[in-house]
Design a protein around this ligand. Structure first.
Ligand code: 13P
Ligand code: SF4
Length: 300
C-alpha cells in the first residue's frame, strides 16, 4: 500500500481529520480534509466531529485547535514546527507591557502562544483584524496590538486607529521587498498584485489587494483578471493554481519561504496517525482564558 492510501485507511479507522494550512507542501495539501487560513482552520477545528485532529501547520495553529476543542486529541506531525513571529513575545513580556499601560485593552494576532492569548482580551487573524477592532473596542479605547507590527500598522491605517505596537514580524514576509514587486509588475503588466498584511507597509501600499491566504483564495476565484502576483509564502501558489486552472500566479519573491511550515511531511503524518505522537497539551487555566479571546474573535 502506498503512503497516501495508508494515511487514508488509518485516518478512517481512527476517526481522524487532517487540517492543513495553505502554506503546506503540495502533497500535504492534497491529503487534507480541509485546507485554509488560520481563521478557517480555527472554525473547522471547533466544529469537527472527529476524535483526532492531525494539524498540518505550525505549533500555535495546533494549540488554537486544542483550545477550541479541548476534549479532542490534537496532534502535530512535527513538534518543532514553530512560528518565529509567535515566539517574538512571551506571556511575561506581555504582562510587563500591560503593567506599563494599565488602562489598555489587548488584541493579539493568532500567531502567538496560548499564554499570550490567555493574557489578551481578544484575538484576531489576518482575515478579520479590522472587523475585530471595530466591533470589539470603543473609539477611545487604548489598545495594545501584539505581536505583528506590520499587521498592526496595516489595520491601523485602514480604520484610522492608534495602537501600542510590539516589534514582532514574520521573517518570511519581511523578505518581500518593493523592488521584487516592481520587477514582477514589469514582467506581467496586466497582473493584479495580492499581498498578505504581514508584509512591510511599502508592500501593502503597492498592492491592489491586501488579503489573508483564505481571502486570496476567495478573491481569485471571483476575479476577472487572469494573472496575479502573489506576495506571501510560496505554498499559496500551489493552492491557487490547483483551485483556479487557467489563471496564472507569479510569486513576488522566491525568498518568501517558511521552513517551519515545510517540516510537515507525509512520513511524519503517518507516524503521528500510527502512534498518536506529538499530542498538544495545554493547562486548564490557559485553555479557559485563551479560549475566551479566541471565541470572542470567532463570534465577532
Ligand atoms: P493566514 O491566516 O492568512 O493563512 O496567515 C497565517 C500565517 O501564518 C501567515 O504567515
Ligand atoms: Fe510564522 Fe511567518 Fe511562517 Fe506564518 S509564514 S508561520 S507568520 S514564520
Amino acid at each position: 500500500m502506498n503512503i497516501v492510501d495508508e494515511i487514508q485507511k488509518l485516518k478512517k479507522e481512527k476517526n481522524a481529520v487532517i487540517l492543513a494550512h495553505n502554506y503546506q507542501l503540495p502533497e500535504i495539501q492534497d491529503i487534507a480534509d480541509y485546507n485554509g487560513d488560520s481563521l478557517g482552520l480555527s472554525v473547522e477545528a471547533s466544529k469537527t466531529k472527529a476524535d483526532i485532529i492531525i494539524f498540518c501547520g505550525v505549533y500555535f495553529m495546533a494549540e488554537t485547535a486544542k483550545i477550541l476543542s479541548p476534549q479532542k486529541t490534537v496532534l502535530i506531525p512535527d513538534k518543532e514546527a514553530g512560528c518565529p513571529m509567535a515566539d517574538m513575545i512571551t506571556g511575561e513580556e506581555l504582562r510587563a507591557l500591560k503593567k506599563k499601560h494599565p488602562n489598555a485593552k489587548v488584541i493579539c494576532y493568532v500567531n502567538s502562544s496560548a499564554e499570550v492569548k490567555a493574557e489578551s482580551d481578544v484575538c484576531c487573524t489576518s482575515a478579520n483584524s479590522i472587523k475585530v477592532v471595530e466591533k470589539f473596542f470603543k473609539e477611545d479605547d487604548e489598545i495594545i496590538f501584539v505581536p505583528d507590527k506590520y499587521l498592526a500598522l496595516y489595520t491601523a491605517s485602514q480604520i484610522k486607529r492608534k495602537f501600542i505596537f510590539w516589534h514582532g514580524y514574520c521573517p518570511s514576509h519581511a523578505k518581500i521587498l518593493s523592488e521584487y514587486i516592481l520587477e514582477k509588475k514589469k514582467l506581467y503588466p496586466n497582473a493584479e498584485v495580492l499581498v498578505h498584511p504581514e508584509c512591510r507597509p511599502e508592500i501593502t501600499e503597492l498592492a491592489d489587494k491586501v488579503l489573508s491566504t483564505g481571502g486570496m483564495s476567495k478573491y481569485v476565484a471571483n476575479a476577472k483578471a487572469r494573472d496575479f502576483i502573489i506576495g506571501t509564502e510560496e505554498g499559496m501558489i500551489y493552492r491557487l493554481a490547483k483551485d483556479n486552472p487557467g489563471k496564472n500566479f507569479y510569486l513576488a519573491s522566491e525568498l518568501a519561504h517558511c521552513i517551519n511550515m515545510k517540516r510537515i511531511t507525509l512520513d511524519k503524518v503517518l507516524a503521528c496517525l500510527r502512534t498518536n505522537r506529538h499530542e498538544i497539551f495545554i493547562g486548564q487555566d490557559i485553555i479557559e482564558k485563551a479560549g475566551l479571546s479566541i471565541r470572542r474573535m470567532v463570534e465577532c
